[in-house]
Design a protein around this ligand. Structure first.
Ligand code: UN1
Length: 521
């Protein structure tokens, strides 16, 4: 059997050209699958198939479309365990987190299914007699979407469930790190009853197939783009969409701050920090980047954090006792090792003794806390870098891996400036018992998401997810507001008067009688 490169209108196309391999990052000799790079011609065909199928899909009553998405949710629920296992094997996050990733898709289905029975427009009074006005939501058309490998089930569902609900057709370029899971996602969508041409997939690597797909915006084949990935790539996509007068959904990088104030519950904070920093091996968009701690509690806090970090269990994602597994792939492991080598400078203090990639020769540093295959798996040590200042490159560089900076502050204004100063604005958190401080952080922080006495990560499926500044273009995923991204408003004038009534000109405005108040007192 050849390497699958696309599923277009239900037809599986196998590769005639370049291929890429998805490997289990806990053991790269375990090949999950080999896939082809879809060409620009494949992408064109996928967009054309979507365009051909979209009209019929949009004319299906919205409650019926929504029931198909309910089927999708039920199928995911039925297969939750095997999907989670497939996710852990292909992407490396611990099974408990993989189940959360899959659950987020189920939650998203539950949330949007009843929206199919709303998708409300409005009835609006006219300024003319015998005339009525209405608004209707209309689908945008063909939605092309490129997703990352760190949340291979949750994030695609955030895009596609509302996009489909609203009557759009889709072309998906999933991450090259998780093609097998994406293939299964597609099979489930089709099994749920989404017509095959309405949901199409092109597999491939970002710079090749991803770039080819986005280029089709210029050819008029795509009406809306969604992208989760790096700021640099997102900026390029924004430019292409901008010149075509389109507004994409861009979910980009982050350097998420977490502030610990003198009044904080330090045990609670230490827990939140360890999870924010090293959950999913630091590969969440919402992972902690800069820990900003008040000088007066620094020593006490770091003592607690280090005790937890030095107890982290790393290794096999299927061992439920482990805190984190391998990085997503060799590419991410190499990036992490490079960050530790090049961004950590002489004036920084490494609070963690062993850093970078876990190898056969250094794995003893973790002792019994490591049960992975250091030779064939792509594991990394947790890294805490102290002595970071706002002048350092590492302060404002997204590192996407188990690496966290420690900065200190003395006044609340300093803390806020450091938290806001990286140019990113995705997630953030503060630990404090002082209500005014919490309020001032909530109102002063530039990030799109903030937590008070909780982790930087862990957004819920019905809250708006997204960032500002270098983290995105203000678009949001999840929750009811997404409906606005996947529909456009149509305003309708219905005139029953039988004559041409001109707004503003023929309107029966009433002039007031002249009246001036004369107050004798
Ligand atoms: C992401 O990292 O792209 O808030 C998504 C969280 C998860 C989703 C993260 N619910 O950490």
């Amino acid at each position: 059997m050849g390497a699958l490169r696309a599923i277009i209108a239900g037809k599986r196309l196998e590769s005639a050209g370049e291929t890429f391999t998805s490997r289990n990052p806990a053991n790269v000799t375990d090949i999950v699958g080999t896939y082809g790079n879809a060409s620009i011609e494949d992408c064109r065909e996928a967009c054309r198939a979507a365009r051909a199928a979209q009209g019929k899909w949009a004319s299906m009553p919205a409650p019926v479309r929504a029931e198909i998405l309910a089927n999708f949710g039920k199928l995911i629920e039925k297969n939750k365990e095997s999907l989670s296992r497939c996710l852990s094997r292909e992407m490396g996050k611990p099974l408990r987190e993989a189940r959360g990733d899959v659950q987020e898709a189920i939650d998203t289905c539950h949330f949007f299914v009843s929206e199919g029975r709303r998708l409300y427009g409005q009835t609006i009074p006219s300024e003319m007699p015998d005339k009525e006005c209405f608004t209707y939501r209309r689908p945008i058309g063909t939605f092309a979407c490129i997703t990352a490998g760190n949340f291979p089930f949750a994030v695609p569902s955030w895009y596609f469930i509302p996009a489909l609900l609203c009557g759009n057709a889709c072309v998906w370029k999933p991450s090259e790190d998780t093609p097998r899971l994406s293939e299964i996602f597609t099979e489930l969508i089709h099994a749920a009853g989404v017509p095959e041409g309405v949901f199409n997939v092109v597999f491939g690597e970002g710079p090749k197939t991803g770039a080819a797909l986005v280029a089709l915006v210029d050819e008029g084949l795509i009406d809306k783009v969604g992208f989760t990935g790096s700021t640099a790539v997102g900026r390029g996509i924004g430019e292409i969409c901008g010149r075509n007068l389109q507004v994409p959904c861009l979910e980009l990088g982050g350097k998420n701050p977490l502030v610990v104030t003198p009044s904080a519950d330090l045990d609670l904070a230490a827990h939140g920090i360890t999870w924010s920093a090293f959950g999913t091996a630091g590969q969440r968009c919402t992972s902690l980047g800069n820990l900003i701690v008040h000088t007066s509690v620094k020593e006490a806090l770091l003592g607690k954090v280090l005790a937890q970090v030095n107890a982290l269990r790393i290794g096999d994602p299927f061992n439920e006792k482990n805190d984190y597994g391998p990085l997503i792939s060799e590419k991410f492991a190499a990036g992490h090792a490079r960050n530790v080598e090049t961004l950590v400078k002489k004036h920084h203090i490494l609070l963690t003794k062993q850093n970078g990639r876990v190898t056969e020769s250094n794995k003893a540093a973790l002792g019994a806390r490591f049960d992975g295959d250091a030779k064939n798996g792509v594991y990394a040590f947790p890294t805490l870098v102290d002595g970071v200042t706002e002048a350092d490159e590492i302060y404002a560089t997204e590192t996407f891996g188990p690496l966290v900076n420690v900065l200190t502050y003395s006044t609340f204004e300093d803390a806020l400036r450091i938290a806001n100063g990286t140019g990113y604005g995705l997630s953030s958190a503060i630990y404090t018992q002082d209500i005014l401080e919490a309020y001032r952080f909530r109102t002063g922080i530039g990030a799109g998401m903030t937590s008070i006495n909780n982790s930087t990560s862990g957004a819920e499926a019905h809250l708006p997810f997204g960032g500002n500044g270098k983290s995105g273009n203000g678009s949001r995923q999840s929750g009811i507001w997404v409906i606005d991204a996947f529909t456009k408003w149509q305003a309708v004038n219905w005139d029953m008067s039988g004559k041409l009534q001109l707004a503003q000109m023929d309107t029966g405005y009433v002039a007031p009688r002249d009246y001036t108040v004369v107050d004798k007192a």
